[in-house]
Design a protein around this ligand. Sequence first.
Ligand SMILES: [Fe+2]
Ligand SMILES: [Fe+2]
Length: 205
Amino acid sequence: MLRLSDWPEIKEVPFSGDLETDAVALLAANGKTVTAAHTPAVARKSEALARRFGLDQVRASRAALLHDVSGVLKPREMLDYALLRGWSLDEAERRHPVLLHQRISADFAKDLFGVNDAIILSAIACHTTLRVNPSDYDMLLFLADKLAWDRAGVPPFEAAVTKALDRSLARASLVYIDYALNNGMLLFPHGQLNQAKAWLETACS
Ligand SMILES: [Fe+2]
Ligand SMILES: [Fe+2]
């Protein structure tokens, strides 16, 4: 069971019970101002996509609000967390432990915020890399995170991904992955992303 007190330098905030308020407050209190601003933007994008694709807006929103919450940890702390638990690590996670934030945010969601919905936890846990046979909520958060990205300006892939959304979440996910791989946007290709790409290519053909 994860506790914030395991990391003495983390500033805790009193939780109000409102997920958006609490996630943003925790990030902001720990100096993660960009992620604190990105988080509600991803939630709004997720809600809009959920409406469009007939999915549960509350579920999509909750996944979005917690997807990056483990960003309060430093990459070294993420690696230690994973090693302590004996997680098997992808080469990309070994080289760039920040990639572990997707898996650790799912633990934060469960242990700190009391989220037990497996669909929400799955979406959080693969929001950077996606996975084989992704659920609609996995793809929705994957895409919302990229479309409401945490950098300045409009994402260069926005037009292509938006157009692909006219076809399906799967097609849009594949278009984003291809764009990211072909334009050197990834730190190191994660095995799960490569597997997701192959799976989506078959699913979309
Ligand atoms: Fe993330
Ligand atoms: Fe994010």
